[in-house]
Design a protein around this ligand. Structure first.
Ligand code: 13P
Length: 281
């Protein structure tokens, strides 16, 4: 199989009542780990590269690894840019045959966000590539609950934004945040319900790491289309390398080291996917 776009993945997910994992990867091992987990669970997956990781690893390298995974494995895989910072960065990933791009201009004013997002949508859709954007502010997880809540997405503005831009999915702010939570997150399920009713496209939740499993399960039950997860994989990767080095030192086989890191990420991915596919039919 080749990489597929988000539309195809979302329509499969709707039919089978799945929330799609959008799992961030930074190199071959993390990408192989999340793709293999999806294949084992027989669920589609969006592999993502965070904007800074595109700068680090190169859109061409990461797309090539994802493309190889999609050809080897039997499940549907998409490759997406996460939190694209500009039209130019989205274009770079589009030119490198990503299957989806996120353009995140949520911190800019509404008109600018609409204008630039539409430019990305026009370019991407002409090539069969999907677009995600964000409205409201999804904070970093070291913020207080009040600061996180101050960024909540307004459902009516979100509905207009989708109509004004033609995006394929929308990232919303409902109480999750990126990174390691300083305070236990508080998901606003009432707001999520309102967004699911009001917004005419699939809803994306970011900040899937160290959000309690029961809260994730409830968001899945309610019908979020996509959950982004990054930090949990990178922590597992770092921890495995740390543990391996502590036990075997620096003269060990490098493939054993990388395999340990890959397996640690795969284990976390399998656990996340088991929650995201809990209501599968
Ligand atoms: P975490 O790193 O908190 O899982 O967030 C990932 C994310 O939302 C990427 O867009």
């Amino acid at each position: 199989m080749a990489l597929v776009n988000y539309k195809e993945i979302f329509s499969y997910a709707k039919e089978h009542r799945l929330t799609i994992g959008a799992f961030n990867s930074v190199n071959m091992e993390t990408l192989q780990a999340v793709a293999s987990a999806a294949d084992q669970m027989n669920v589609p997956l969006i592999i993502q590269t965070y904007h800074a990781h595109v700068d680090y690893a190169g859109a061409d390298y990461m797309q090539a690894i994802a493309d190889a995974a999609s050809k080897r494995l039997n499940t549907k895989l998409a490759m997406g840019l996460d939190h694209g910072r500009s039209f130019e960065q989205a274009k770079l990933c589009i030119d490198n045959r990503y299957s989806g791009v996120m353009i995140d201009l949520a911190s800019e004013d509404y008109d600018y966000n609409v204008r630039e997002t539409r430019r990305v949508v026009e370019l991407a859709h002409a090539r069969g590539i999907s677009v995600e954007a964000e409205l409201g502010t999804i904070s970093d997880a070291d913020r207080t609950l009040e600061e996180i809540a101050a960024g909540y997405t307004d459902p009516k503005v979100a509905r207009d934004f989708v109509a004004d831009t033609g995006i394929d999915c929308l990232a919303v702010s409902i109480g999750t945040a990126h990174g390691i939570y300083k305070y236990q997150p508080k998901i606003n399920f009432e707001l999520l319900g309102e967004l699911l009713e009001t917004v005419p496209c699939p809803i994306v939740v970011h900040g899937g790491s160290n959000t309690p499993d029961e809260e994730v399960e409830e968001m899945v039950r309610m019908g979020i289309a996509k959950l982004n997860v990054g930090t949990d994989f990178f922590r597992a990767y770092n921890q495995a390398i740390y543990d391996f080095q502590k036990e075997f030192g620096t003269d060990a086989e490098i493939t054993d080291l990388m395999r340990a890191a890959r397996e640690a990420v795969e284990k976390v991915a399998l656990h996340k996917l088991s929650i995201l596919s809990k209501f599968r039919r």
